[in-house]
Design a protein around this ligand. Structure first.
Ligand SMILES: NC(=O)c1ccc[n+]([C@@H]2O[C@H](COP(=O)([O-])OP(=O)(O)OC[C@H]3O[C@@H](n4cnc5c(N)ncnc54)[C@H](OP(=O)(O)O)[C@@H]3O)[C@@H](O)[C@H]2O)c1
Length: 267
């Protein structure tokens, strides 16, 4: 009993305890990766999960599935337009409410074929808007709320594609690269505080986003495994996590290849 009280006191002093998981906010909540993360969090019985996205029917379907897995958890659904600054500010405000969140996960993303980004500037813009601008704006809105609360973990789904611009996906890669630089700055801002900012960099993972790659026979990591590693990295509050971990070495090699070698590769 005494040790329980001491634990509580320490949590209050530090103002941060991801293991308590009282409330979680997920942006882009019907992403396959996010859904698998939420399934894992549900097992820890947080008080509340707020699902935020653009399509209320799809979000409600996800919420219905999650509710069956843990009927005791409060699930709230919010929808809005991720391309509008006011809508993002409003969604962040509603999701946060008066109860601070232990974790905010940013999971929205879109990956059309690179050729479509090159031939249609509207597609190019959508990729930059969803993967970079909306993610940075949501992050900034929640950063202010976490700063006021003095606690929280902000987890951002980046990608290995952000590590070096490549001909096969450099528009998407540029958006993810922007998020890497953004997160770096936020980590610097919150260094030495109880606020953690975690950048997750999955490699190719088996989700609707990569359905076309799967058809082409590309080897994809199982989404449940990737989610498990993401949840672990968030719990540990690491700065950057490659998932699966082998991508750290692969991308280190790709980043360091001399241009004369790199430019001959068709990747
Ligand atoms: N799968 C991979 O191989 C992989 C690898 C590295 C990084 N990632 C990143 O991981 C995150 C989750 O990806 P996933 O694989 O789980 O993909 P997913 O299942 O296709 O989910 C993508 C999510 O983004 C949302 N979204 C797309 N366009 C949007 C828009 N204009 N406005 C609002 N929401 C929008 C989708 O909502 P709707 O359902 O409403 O469209 C969905 O919730 C993304 O940031 C992705 O870039 C994925």
């Amino acid at each position: 009993m005494g040790s329980l009280l001491l634990d509580r006191l320490l949590v209050n002093i530090k103002g941060h305890d991801v293991s308590e998981l009282s409330k979680i906010i997920v942006i882009g909540a019907n992403s396959a990766i996010a859904v698998h993360c939420m399934r894992l969090w549900l097992a820890k019985a947080p008080a509340e999960i707020v699902l935020v996205g653009r399509n209320v029917e799809r979000l409600q379907a996800v919420a219905a599935d999650l509710r069956v897995r843990n009927p005791a958890v409060v699930l709230r659904v919010l929808s809005g337009d991720f391309t509008q600054t006011d809508s993002i500010a409003d969604l962040a405000g509603q999701a946060w409410g008066t109860q601070p969140a232990a974790i905010v996960l940013l999971a929205q993303g879109v990956l059309p074929p690179q050729q479509d980004c090159q031939s249609d500037l509207a597609v190019c813009r959508a990729v930059l808007d969803v993967n970079a601008v909306s993610a940075a704006l949501f992050a900034e809105a929640f950063a202010a709320k976490m700063e006021a609360a003095g606690a929280g973990t902000l987890a951002v789904l980046g990608s290995v594609a952000g590590d070096r611009g490549r001909q096969s996906n450099y528009i998407y890669g540029a958006a993810k690269g922007l998020m890497e630089r953004y997160v770096q700055g936020l980590q610097h801002r919150f260094a030495g505080t109880a606020i953690k900012v975690v950048l997750l960099k999955p490699g190719p993972t088996d989700t609707p986003m990569t359905a076309a790659f799967k058809q082409q026979g590309m080897k994809l990591a199982p989404v449940a495994d990737v989610a498990e590693q993401i949840v672990r990295a968030i719990n540990q509050g690491v700065a950057v996590a490659y998932v699966p971990g082998k991508w750290r070495l692969i991308m280190m090699i790709i980043r360091h290849l001399p241009r004369i070698v790199f430019n001959r590769m068709r990747i």
